[in-house]
Design a protein around this ligand. Structure first.
Ligand code: GP9
Ligand code: MN
Length: 425
């Protein structure tokens, strides 16, 4: 065991956040769907274009009484984009400062990831994605994370017209995934990764059901069309859940993985949002992405807690009644009253309910104005927390430290037990 791990274990112990007991185990034994909403930003929720809601199905879910919706939930990805989001959501570890940890360390490192944890609590685990299995090294990283199944594009009948951009069109993908989902022994943990709402936001004519925006920025104006298409695919999926009765014994978690419109498009964002002179502060605020947890009978509502992707695993484990007490996780339960509302970005910037740091500037989160009156000690305290956690997380990944870390009741994943090759029999 390394001394490096000792200091990290100590940090975990000293900073452990007790989850909200009111929610402990409310989803125990339920199936879990994790639906990855590609490039979907929070501002699309309730957004109107041409007199219409762009995402009516997601809006409906967002406002339902049995959906826990978050409106201050941020993506925290770095260069690994989708891969960083997946890594954070299922491991509560940050992506690396450069590259994608799923690619560089996904094959060789030891992990204590959501699929492995839930597998050991009787769950069948599967990931679904309509792109080639090697993208982001998923076919290897998923073994390290303990996924029983990985349904990649190998498992779908791809016909002419089925694909756009990085893979299958979402409606076809979700529809064709359903037949596999229906065969999974319950309870299951199923992650479905959509992809049509991906840069450069192109979509065939017959699937366009709302007009493009008119900012004049070509890479931005198709965004509402692919976002609408993604939304319709989710609407169809929720209908399928009702038809099968799966809505009665499942929890559905939806999240946007990262921004769709990068900070190279501030002019267009200014036009879309009506914010004059859309600046770096605004860009930081627009890193908000949807995060919703929907389940029959869940005590829901719109929750204003500040948090991000790093916090998902602890939040879900608590709902599922699985203790994370001895795990190395850099996030914490979003529903806990003690949840520290400091959202770290991968470059060391951060957002709290009061302060937003971008580069060397500190803004008042509420007014958007640079705030010169924030005490230096306060800035240092927050910056320190953020950089400490990012660098400790990097040490876990770079040093493969989880290979030394034991969690009572958790058995190490043996990658050799897994194969995602489609049998030809
Ligand atoms: C492709 C996909 C895209 O398989 O998940 O990843 P991104 O470009 O968003 O990181
Ligand atoms: Mn992505």
């Amino acid at each position: 065991k390394s001394s490096d791990l000792d200091s990290i274990e100590k940090y975990m112990k000293n900073n452990y956040v007790t989850p909200n007991v009111e929610y402990t185990g409310v989803a125990k034994g339920k199936n879990v769907f994790v639906i990855h909403l590609e490039s979907l930003q929070q501002f699309m929720i309730d957004f109107k274009w041409d007199g219409e809601e762009v995402t009516p199905n997601l809006n409906k879910l967002y406002h339902e009484d049995d959906t826990l919706s978050f409106d201050n939930f941020f993506n925290q990805v770095g260069q690994g984009k989708t891969a960083d989001a997946e890594l954070m959501l299922e491991n509560s570890l940050f992506g690396l400062p450069e590259g994608s940890a799923m690619v560089t360390d996904g094959t060789t490192n030891t992990f204590q990831a959501a699929p492995a944890i839930l597998d050991q609590h009787g769950y069948t685990t599967a990931s679904f994605h309509g792109d080639v299995p090697s993208f982001w090294n998923r076919d290897n990283a998923y073994k390290s994370w303990g996924y029983d199944y990985f349904f990649s594009s190998d498992y779908y009948k791809i016909k002419k017209d089925y694909e756009v951009g990085y893979g299958m069109k979402d409606k076809i993908f979700l529809k064709d995934s359903a037949k596999y989902v229906e065969q999974l022994p319950q309870p299951f943990y199923a992650k479905l990764i959509t992809v049509t709402n991906h840069y450069p936001y192109t979509l065939d004519k017959k699937n366009q059901s709302i007009s493009k925006t008119d900012t004049g920025d070509k890479t931005v104006d198709g965004y509402v069309q692919t976002a609408r298409y993604l939304d319709e695919s989710i609407g169809e999926f929720m209908n399928w859940m009702k038809e099968t009765g799966l809505d009665k014994n499942s929890m559905v978690v939806l999240y946007g993985d990262h921004y769709g419109i990068s900070d190279n498009h501030k002019k267009a964002m200014s036009k879309l949002t009506g914010i004059k002179g859309f600046n770096d502060f605004d860009n930081a605020q627009y890193q908000r992405v949807p995060f919703m947890i929907h389940m029959d009978g869940l005590k829901g509502g719109i929750n204003h807690t500040y948090g991000g992707e790093i916090d998902v695993l602890p939040t879900l484990l608590n709902l599922l009644g699985v203790s994370d007490k001895n795990m190395i996780q850099f996030g914490s339960d979003l529903l806990s009253k003690d949840h520290p509302q400091v959202v770290a970005f991968r470059n060391g910037d951060f957002v709290t309910p009061n302060i937003t740091k971008v580069g060397s500037s500190y803004y008042n989160t509420k007014t958007g104005k640079v705030d010169k009156k924030i005490p230096a000690t306060e800035k240092a305290k927050l910056s320190n927390k953020v950089t400490t956690e990012l660098s400790l997380s990097d040490r876990v990944i770079n040093g493969d430290l989880l290979r030394f870390h034991t969690v009572p009741g958790f058995t190490k994943v043996n990658k050799k037990d897994y194969s995602y090759k489609k049998s030809t029999a």
